[in-house]
Ligand binder design. Structure first.
Ligand code: GRF
Length: 188
């Protein structure tokens, strides 16, 4: 019996797609049971629909407070009793209360070698700093941005003629391999 994963997205959903594709293997220990988007226009919602995966839009603007928004997230998530909650391009910082409720079960992927370059524009920052390597990180989530314990990282060389676009593409390619691999390792 496969374990349940809930994936939280805000946009494109290419990491969601990579997890869904990997999970199609019969030996993969988990399946994506629910996709939650906090953005009704997220392209990733189509990926969920095309794969007949339950999906729900929960937008913060529909609630009076962040607490109420998170209460609704929690209500939806617990129905699926997930072994893991995977943030994949989810653009909200979760509260201490939320994180403690699912302690050790929330992970995120970030396009830099954390603790370097939290937040946005990671590729620009790596190039501007003259770094020789960039990469991606899968980490546990706490209530600070891109901050929890690191689980795994994958490096890529930054070429001398690297641009933000080429680096973004290289790192995204790594993300699509690393995230499903880490999920598999955690749940096997
Ligand atoms: C990825 O680069 C991920 O590392 C970051 O946001 C981006 C999401 O892309 N957290 P996608 O929605 O998975 O295509």
């Amino acid at each position: 019996m496969k374990k349940n994963i809930v994936v939280l997205i805000s946009g494109r959903g290419s990491n969601l797609q990579s997890i869904i594709s990997a999970a199609k293997d019969k030996d993969y220990p988990a399946a994506v049971s629910l996709v939650i988007s906090d953005n009704s226009k997220a392209q990733g919602l189509y990926i969920a629909k095309n794969n007949s995966i339950d999906n729900v839009i929960i937008e913060k603007s529909s609630f009076d407070s962040n607490d109420k928004f998170e209460e609704d997230l929690i209500k939806n998530i617990i129905q699926y009793d997930p072994s893991l909650i995977c943030l994949a391009g989810f653009m909200k910082i979760l509260s201490k209360n939320f994180v403690e409720k699912f302690m050790g079960k929330i992970i995120n992927i970030h396009p830099s070698l954390l603790p370097k370059y939290k937040g946005l524009n990671t590729h620009q920052k790596a190039i501007n700093s003259g770094d020789k390597y960039s990469g991606c990180t899968v980490h546990y989530v706490n209530n600070k941005m891109d901050d929890g314990e690191i689980i795994a990282q994958q490096e890529v060389i930054i070429a001398t003629d690297e641009t933000v676009e080429t680096l973004k593409e290289k790192v995204l390619d790594l993300e699509h391999k690393l995230y499903p691999k880490v999920i598999k390792a955690l749940l096997s």
